[in-house]
Design a protein around this ligand. Structure first.
Ligand SMILES: [Zn+2]
Length: 322
């Protein structure tokens, strides 16, 4: 009889075992993780993929990884520079070598000033929480109410963590490919440059047919497209569709397969088509914001109205040349 291993639990994420020694940590809505992460036992070394938005959640990830693999992490890989994927770095910095791409590290550096300013004067966060609570009381659209609840919980977690937040930047950067060899498996770290940001990287475990793809994947949820290159993003998704991989761990949303990659690609195209039609008809950005996404993307709006609005505004700017 097969023994099922009892997985550690956290209020911030759910762990899923994808292979012996390979785990995905999928963020729980309303928790402090806000993005997904991974734990990989390479054999002799433990690797963490992304460290969440908040040290509160990263502390639980570290404890879970140590319980699952019997040692602290030697490597932390950061998928890209958006802060919801690396603000937990400080929790791992004593033992781990933190790795990302050359360009992502450069993009992380300016956050020092942003965080220091916020620590000196957190009124921006305090006001955002108060304003969103007021809006929630007035709002009747359930999709917008869900988005507001997500924003309030997120800001409150950020505010709680702010006094003890210390930014830790990557120790090692790479371009192209980097192979990390353990006694149990090889993990391949790959970057193809532009996509969701100016530089994204992902982790492939070829023998397990598993890939951690960071924010190149937002499954069953609105992707964040404000800093993206849509063509490069779609090209990367097309490339992944050719891989011999069965399970894709996205940066946001549940675990997925190649079907989810195809939907992700379609969303990017649909959003651009929707905005382009409004521009062709002489419409303003406000007209574009009133457009409805076709199924199944309309269902992704619940809790994601602010990302939809940000995507429409940035696509309008990009496609109208304004
Ligand atoms: Zn991102």
């Amino acid at each position: 009889m097969q023994m099922t291993q009892e997985l550690p639990t956290s209020e911030h994420f759910d762990l899923h075992q994808l292979a012996e020694g390979v785990y995905a940590a999928i963020a729980i809505e309303g928790g402090a993780a806000f993005s997904n992460a991974g734990v990989v036992n390479l054999g002799g070394r433990t690797l963490i993929f992304d460290t969440f938005e908040n040290p509160k959640a990263a502390v639980d990830l570290r404890a879970a990884a140590e319980q699952l693999t019997g040692r602290p992490a030697s490597y932390v890989v950061i998928s890209h520079a958006h802060p919801d994927h690396w603000m937990g770095n400080q929790v791992f910095a004593d033992h781990a070598c933190i790795i990302t791409t050359h360009a992502s590290r450069e993009q992380m550096l300016p956050f020092v000033k942003e965080i220091r300013d916020l620590q000196e004067n957190p009124s921006e966060l305090v006001n955002a929480i108060r304003e969103n609570r007021e809006r929630l009381e007035m709002e009747t659209d359930e999709r917008k109410r869900a988005s507001l609840r997500v924003s309030i919980a997120r800001s409150q977690h950020d505010l709680d963590a702010l006094p003890s937040l210390e930014l830790r930047f990557p120790d090692q950067t790479f371009e192209g490919r980097l192979a990390l060899h353990g006694t149990r498996r090889m993990a391949e770290l790959i970057t193809q440059g532009k996509g969701h940001t100016a530089s994204d990287c992902y982790l492939v475990l070829p023998a397990d047919k598993v890939a951690f793809i960071g924010d190149l994947g937002f499954f069953a949820s609105q992707p964040f497209m404000v800093y993206c290159d849509p063509q490069a993003w779609v090209a990367q998704l097309d490339g992944m569709g050719q891989w011999d991989i069965e399970t894709f761990v996205p940066g946001h949303g549940p675990l997925g397969t190649k079907t989810d990659l195809a939907l992700q690609k379609r969303y990017i195209q649909v959003l651009d088509e929707l905005v382009a039609r409004v521009i062709q008809a002489g419409g303003a950005v406000e007209d574009a914001l009133l457009q409805l996404l076709p199924s199944p993307f309309d269902a992704w709006l619940t809790g994601g109205m602010n990302r939809f609005e940000a995507n429409v505004r940035s696509a309008y700017k990009r496609l109208s040349g304004q």
